[in-house]
Ligand binder design. Structure first.
Ligand code: ADP
Ligand code: MG
Length: 693
């Protein structure tokens, strides 16, 4: 599988290294580099025959381009006139500055989408609805024969022809190298393929790159998407089975005194969604199969309390509970929050932090083993070798997207029996993604926000407005509130002229915030110092906190009502959303100001989206659209593979079939034997402890 690409003619070390930078290392990777669109000449509709409202393909020469600003939001509107020998149509884009360079008279436009009427009755393609279009140079020839040609996304100086040539070689070479044939070899039985309506794998690869026609290409794409989803599901299920096979689960008791006491002590009532999630958790915990549940809820939706209820339930049933958080700050905060809420109860809560001395750590280990601790909160320190439990009944992983599946599994292995597992994540993701990434989990959704939250108002501003922004912030602080300033960099850097957190801290604390208690936290500080500052901010002693993204997850200071993000263009949507979630946690009207001078298309679009919505699900879908599944997927859950053929927003049906097939596979030894080798080779990094037999 790891065959070097050099088996193919035309790929030397230099080209191989360019490919590598795009993640293409093996022949399989190359063959999974699917075309971004096809030039299907048989299906091009002459412009004169285009029907309004129908999805059609246009291929014509650009004869004129114009740009203007207009519309209610004063957007850049780019129009191109596209002609073929039957007629002309107008194509329109909104806010696509980068097109200025690419769209030139004489080039050609190839696009598929719906046609609408423009003012004056002329046909118009609104390109913002169209995912795939390609601007071709006049000499990039649309081949004269009737074959459907692949169009690849070029990488560096590797052009269309290069990709067509090497991929064609790999697919059609007579004396196929072992590596090549292995990469695309069929691994499913005929019977299984017939049942799930799957094209032969080798054919599917060929039809993906050189479709005989677009109907077969769709069929091929189905197979490719199916394979990806099916293999990941199988991988997850095998992992789950391996851990479950070993151990039996816990059967927790019905709610008792502790739970009742906590619910009465709470200063608020649970929201409807929290109650529902809690009910689902109870049902799982009281059953004798181990719970595997994901609680998905936007930032600030109140997942922690649900976790605490579950932890108490395991304590009530006589077991221990563990909660793992991705950062020291968050773990400490949970620990202190729990201590506070449980202060009238006889429950022993402890914090295991990475920065404890060896001696103190060992003392905690010992008490865990003697069951002198009921609930332990900690960071990765919890999955260290030395940690053993007397009776681990429940494992909670907070902000799961910050951990790998392996890490979660490691904590679950800590007991003799199989503990129940509760997984929490604030990164809302489309359903396909949930099922793929968390394929082994049941899902509870907390969509509702606790009552009384003031909406956060978000503004995008250029740096020349900073003094006004900070003046407003000073007024907020003088009115009793607190605020965050977030910067992308820790310290001044030679490679970037962005102001660093340190510089901004100096500027603000000696300038406009002179006399206001200010603090600075960033990831390069000693944990002790960092915690001291965070604690002071928590206590309200520090009013203004200048920080890097260390505050991104979970920090909860309801009095903080304003956040300024400097150089906001450096952050992705999901990250900005998480950051913004630090404010608007109390009863105060809250303000988030994104300071940016960035004018790139993508940055602008991100900022506009942040301004227009606070809905984490909408943001997640936009993020996915802007970044593409590869990056989105990668940042969301470490260690799961890129999806190459799957359209994560669309392919829910394929996913459901693939899941069904994976379940069938788990119940059939022979099917499993077919899948394991390909899992082990293709997804070795993700599922490293799956062996071949
Ligand atoms: P997240 O889901 O982001 O982890 P938290 O659990 O930290 O959110 O909750 C955010 C804040 O909302 C906390 O201060 C918490 O005490 C509060 N909270 C949680 N549930 C409710 C509720 N039902 N009513 C009012 N406030 C709540
Ligand atoms: Mg949380």
């Amino acid at each position: 599988m790891d065959s070097e690409l050099s088996v193919l003619k035309g790929i030397g070390p230099r080209k191989a290294s360019i490919l590598k930078s795009a993640g293409i290392v093996t022949v399989y990777d190359l063959l999974s580099y699917f075309p971004r669109l096809y030039e299907d000449q048989s299906n091009i509709t002459p412009i004169a025959h285009l029907q309004v409202g129908e999805k059609q393909t246009v291929f014509g020469t650009i004869t004129g381009v114009s740009e203007r600003y207009g519309g209610s939001r004063n957007m850049l509107i780019t129009t191109a006139i596209v002609e073929d020998n039957s007629g002309a149509i107008q194509a329109t884009w909104f806010n696509k500055k980068f097109l200025t360079k690419q769209l030139k008279a004489g080039k050609r436009l190839f696009a598929t989408g719906k046609i609408s009427w423009a003012y004056g009755g002329q046909g118009q393609m609104n390109m913002s609805q169209i995912k795939e279009f390609q601007i071709l140079d006049s000499d990039e020839e649309a081949s004269a024969n009737s074959r459907v040609l692949p169009i690849y996304k070029t990488i560096g100086n590797l052009n269309q022809n290069f990709f067509r040539q090497v991929i064609e070689q790999a697919l059609f070479k007579k004396d196929n190298d072992i590596a090549v044939s292995y990469a695309i070899r069929e691994y499913l039985s005929d019977e299984f393929r017939r049942k799930y309506n799957l094209m032969l794998r080798e054919d599917a690869f060929r039809e993906m790159h050189y479709p005989s026609n677009m109907r077969l290409q769709k069929f091929a794409k189905y197979r490719m998407a199916f394979d990806e989803l099916y293999l990941i599901q199988c991988g997850l299920m095998i992992l789950k089975k391996m851990s479950r096979d070993k151990k039996e689960g816990f059967k927790h008791k019905k709610d008792g005194e502790l739970i009742k006491a906590l619910l009465t002590d709470l200063p608020f009532e649970l929201t409807g969604d929290q109650k529902k999630a809690w009910k689902e958790i109870c049902a799982d915990m009281e059953a004798d199969t181990p719970m595997r549940r994901l609680v998905q809820g936007d930032v600030g939706s109140g997942k922690t309390i649900v976790a605490l209820l579950a932890l108490l339930k395991t304590v009530e049933s006589g077991h221990q509970g563990a909660m793992m958080a991705p950062t020291e700050i968050l773990a400490t905060q949970h620990f202190e929050g729990f201590q506070h809420l449980l202060k009238n109860m006889d429950v022993r809560v402890e914090l295991l932090s990475g920065k404890l001395t060896k001696k103190k750590k060992e003392a905690v280990y010992e008490r865990l083993l003697k069951h002198e601790i009921d609930i332990i909160v900690g960071t990765h320190a919890l999955i260290q070798e030395g940690v053993k439990f007397a009776d681990l009944g429940l494992v909670v992983t907070d902000e799961q997207h910050r951990f790998g599946i392996e890490q979660r599994a490691m904590l679950e292995q800590k007991g003799d029996l199989m503990p129940d597992a509760l997984v929490m994540t604030a990164t809302p993701i489309p359903r396909t993604m949930t099922l793929t990434v968390y394929g082994d989990l049941d899902v509870s959704l907390i969509k509702q926000m606790p009552p009384g939250r003031k909406q956060i108002r978000t503004f995008v501003r250029t740096p020349d407005r900073r003094h006004l922004i900070y003046k407003f912030m000073r007024e907020q602080i003088e009115a009793g509130r607190q605020g965050y300033v977030v910067c992308p960099l820790v310290e001044a850097s030679e490679t970037s002229d962005l102001p660093s957190a340190e510089e901004i801290f100096e500027e603000l604390s000696n300038g406009i915030f002179y006399g206001v208690p200010c603090g600075l936290v960033h990831g390069k500080m000693k944990p002790k110092e960092k915690d001291k500052i965070m604690e002071a901010f928590h206590q309200g002693e520090i009013k203004l906190l200048v920080a890097t993204t260390v505050i991104e997850v979970g920090v909860n200071v309801p009095n903080a009502s304003m956040m300024v993000v400097e150089n906001a263009e450096c952050f992705g949507l999901a990250q900005l959303h998480q950051l913004r979630g630090r404010i608007g946690r109390g009863e105060y009207a809250s303000y988030c100001v994104l300071v940016t001078s960035q004018k790139t298309e993508n940055a602008k679009e991100r900022m506009t989206i942040m301004e227009s919505t606070a809905d984490g699900f909408v943001l997640a879908e936009e993020d996915l659209r802007l970044r593409g599944p590869g990056q989105f997927f990668g940042s969301m859950q470490h260690g799961l593979p890129d999806l190459k053929a799957v359209d994560v927003l669309e392919d829910i049906d394929i996913l459901l079939k693939a899941r069904e097939a994976a379940v069938e596979t788990m119940n059939n030894a022979e099917l499993q034997r077919n899948v394991r080798p390909i899992l082990a080779s293709q997804y070795r990094e993700q599922f490293f402890n799956i062996t071949i037999n």
